[in-house]
Ligand binder design. Structure first.
Ligand SMILES: [Zn+2]
Length: 97
């Protein structure tokens, strides 16, 4: 199960490893910002610069948590969710060279 640490898109060091964190996420729903903490989230984190890389599964969990926070527990594609967290740009965790 051990994978080679991947290169970090921020600092370039090969120090990105799986991590379980309590992630404070900020997203905007229909122009209104919501913040929620998603406990025990599986992410990839750079041990050098602490950048967090969020995969699609984790992003789904964040989206659901934000929608609950926003009083919209049902996923709805019509709701515009704009990512505010700049650290989540790597949605598909595509390798960064
Ligand atoms: Zn880094």
């Amino acid at each position: 199960m051990m994978k080679e640490p991947r290169a970090c898109g921020k600092c370039g060091q090969r120090t990105v490893k799986p991590a379980i964190i309590d992630h404070l996420a900020t997203r905007s729903v229909n122009g209104q910002e919501f913040q929620t903490t998603v406990p025990g989230l599986s992410v990839s984190q750079c041990s050098n610069c602490q950048a967090i890389w969020i995969n699609e599964d984790a992003e789904d969990l964040i989206t659901q948590a934000i929608l609950v926070k926003a009083g919209r527990p049902l996923p709805n594609n019509a709701i515009a969710i704009n990512e505010k967290c700049e650290l989540s740009i790597s949605k598909n965790e595509s390798p960064v060279k």
